[in-house]
Design a protein. Structure first.
Length: 304
C-alpha cells in the first residue's frame, strides 16, 4: 500500500509539473518576462527623469508591471489560440498545449480575456494613459499582427514590432502620462531592435515557416534580401542613444559600442559560408544587446 501511495504521489507531482510547464508555454513566459523588463525600464527612467523618489511610486510600479504582465500573457494565449491550426507544422510550436489538446480552445479564450481584462484594470489604476497604451498593445499584437499581417504580408515582423515596442511606453505613462522624448527613444529602440532579432529566428526556421505558409521575409525574399534588411535596421539604431542625453556620455559610448558590435556581425553575414550559423550569432547577440542596453539604462539613470 505504501508503494501504491508513493506511485500515486509521484504521478500527481509529475502531472502538476507538466501542467505548470504547459501553462507557462501557453502564456509564452519568456515573452512576458522580456516585456515586463522593458515596462520596468520605462517606469524607472520616468521616475528618475521627473525627479521623483522610486520608493514613493511603488504602487504605480506594481500596477504597471503586473498589469503589463497580465495583458502580455493574455495576448500570447490568444495568439496560441489563433495559431493552433499552423503550429503543428512547425517543430518549435508543435508541442504547444493548444496543439496537444492540454488546454481546450474555450478555456484558453476565457483565460486570455480574463488576463487581459485584469491587466487593463491594473494599468488604468496607474494612469488612464497607461491603460490606453495597454489597449493599443493588445490591438497591435492580437489584431494587427496575429489576425491580419502574420499570414498575409512579408512585413508581418515590422507590424509585430509595434506591439513589442509599446511596453516601455506603458511603464513611462504610469509615471508621466504625457510622454517625453525619453519615452519615444525607448519605443524606437525596441521597435528597431525587433526586425533583425526576429529575422535571425526566421532564417533559422525558414523551411518550417514555408511549410506553415507564413510569409516571413526569408521565405518570400530569400536570405540575401533579408541580410540587407537586417543591416539597415541595425544601422538605424545608431542615432537613438543620442535621444537619451540624460543618461550621460558613458551610456552613449556604451550603446554605440554595442551598435558597432552588431554592425560588424551583420556585415560578416554577406561573406559567411554558413548562413544558419551566422543567423544564430545575430540572434544571440541581439539578446545580449537588449539585456545589456536596458540594464545599463537603469544603472546610468541613477549615477548620471
Amino acid at each position: 500500500m505504501t508503494n501504491s501511495r508513493t506511485v500515486t504521489a509521484d504521478q500527481a507531482e509529475t502531472e502538476s509539473a507538466s501542467f505548470v510547464k504547459d501553462f507557462l508555454a501557453l502564456i509564452k513566459i519568456g515573452i512576458v518576462n522580456s516585456n515586463v523588463i522593458t515596462v520596468f525600464a520605462g517606469f524607472f527612467l520616468a521616475v528618475q527623469f521627473s525627479g521623483r523618489h522610486f520608493l514613493h511610486e511603488l504602487d504605480l510600479m506594481f500596477y504597471a508591471v503586473l498589469g503589463s504582465g497580465l495583458i502580455v500573457a493574455g495576448a500570447a494565449a490568444m495568439n496560441n489560440l489563433i495559431d493552433r491550426d499552423i503550429d503543428p507544422v512547425m517543430t518549435r510550436t508543435k508541442s504547444r498545449p493548444t496543439v496537444t489538446g492540454r488546454f481546450k480552445a474555450p478555456s484558453v479564450f476565457a483565460m486570455s480575456i480574463t488576463f487581459m481584462l485584469a491587466g487593463e484594470i491594473l494599468l488604468f489604476s496607474a494612469s488612464v494613459n497607461a491603460g490606453l497604451w495597454g489597449l493599443a498593445g493588445i490591438f497591435a499584437y492580437v489584431v494587427l499582427y496575429s489576425m491580419w499581417s502574420k499570414r498575409r504580408h512579408a512585413a508581418n515582423t515590422v507590424v509585430g514590432a509595434i506591439s513589442g515596442a509599446i511596453p516601455p511606453l506603458i511603464g513611462w505613462a504610469a509615471v508621466e502620462p504625457s510622454l517625453g522624448t525619453g519615452a519615444w527613444a525607448l519605443f524606437l529602440i525596441m521597435f528597431i531592435w525587433q526586425p533583425p532579432h526576429f529575422y535571425a529566428i526566421a532564417m533559422r526556421r525558414t523551411e518550417e515557416y514555408r511549410a506553415a505558409g507564413i510569409p516571413m521575409l526569408p521565405v518570400v525574399k530569400g536570405f540575401k534580401r533579408t541580410k540587407r534588411s537586417m543591416l539597415g535596421w541595425v544601422l538605424a539604431l545608431f542615432p537613438l542613444p543620442f535621444l537619451l542625453p540624460q543618461l550621460g556620455t558613458a551610456f552613449i559610448i556604451l550603446a554605440t559600442l554595442l551598435n558597432l558590435g552588431w554592425l560588424l556581425i551583420a556585415l560578416k553575414g554577406f561573406k559567411t559560408g554558413d548562413e544558419i550559423k551566422w543567423a544564430t550569432r545575430m540572434f544571440v547577440y541581439s539578446l545580449n544587446y537588449m539585456t545589456i542596453l536596458f540594464v545599463s539604462m537603469i544603472i546610468f539613470s541613477v549615477i548620471a
